[in-house]
Design a binder for this molecule. Structure first.
Ligand code: ADE
Length: 224
């Protein structure tokens, strides 16, 4: 897979994704990640990328031109053009999975009060929000989304099972608690069933615990 990111803050995307599992995926060429400074496509002599909003109001709006020029240069026939915005559709594991199956993602990061809506109308295929809160800009949101996408690419996770078993693979159930040695720590014991070696009972216990955690932490998943 290939990914291009357009942002005013390339290091906010490049640095975190250069670490750990995503960093290894990049160095092993399982993904090609190119992070671009949007100002590079500004024709303004001061490299400005924003202006005052028509109709008045506080803050600045990102202008059309740098996005139109950058997308014309980077987009391919089969690209998904994803805008990170708090006004987008919520990022879910199902959407992450769908993005991980496309050959080319072009990710646009917003900033300031917003972005000229003609960019969205003319260029964007998907508007995505990572949650109901507002970040200072879209770069961190892009980083979060791309971390989730890259770990699903073939060969990125060592144990292929680990991306299947976890929370949200069944989108309606959280994962069961997990434990490791020692079996007792400061008087806190690991549930006996996990030490029993009985696979059927372990599986049933995990199902039950997953349900209980879902009821406690995410009742909205059960209601949906
Ligand atoms: N930019 C600012 N806040 C955001 C959010 N919650 N999701 C995606 N992009 C954003």
């Amino acid at each position: 897979m290939e990914i291009d990111v357009l942002t005013l803050f390339p290091d906010m995307v490049r640095v975190p994704l250069s670490q750990s599992i995503t960093g290894r995926a990049i160095s092993e060429s399982r993904v090609v990640l190119r992070v671009h400074d949007l100002r590079q496509w500004s024709t303004d002599k001061h490299h400005r990328v924003d202006d005052m909003p028509f109709g008045g109001g506080p803050g600045m709006v990102m202008t059309c031109e740098p996005f139109f020029r950058a997308v014309a240069a980077l987009r391919r026939e089969n690209s998904r053009v994803v805008l990170m915005t708090p006004s987008g559709r919520r990022l879910t594991q199902a959407r992450v999975q769908a993005f991980s199956e496309v050959p080319h993602l072009l990710v646009l990061c917003g900033h300031y009060e917003g972005i000229d809506h003609r960019v969205i109308e003319a260029l964007v295929t998907d508007e995505i929000s990572i949650g109901d809160y507002v970040l200072t800009n879209g770069a961190i949101a892009a980083t979060v989304m791309l971390d989730a996408v890259i770990r699903l690419l073939p060969g990125v996770l060592g144990d292929a099972q680990s991306s299947v078993d976890e929370s949200f693979s069944d989108p309606d159930r959280l994962e069961a608690p997990c434990y490791t040695r020692p079996a007792e720590f400061q008087g806190l014991r690991v549930p006996e069933v996990l030490l029993s070696g009985h696979h059927g009972r372990v599986a049933a216990w995990r199902r039950e615990q997953g349900e209980a955690r879902t009821r406690l932490n995410r009742p909205d998943l059960l209601a949906e």
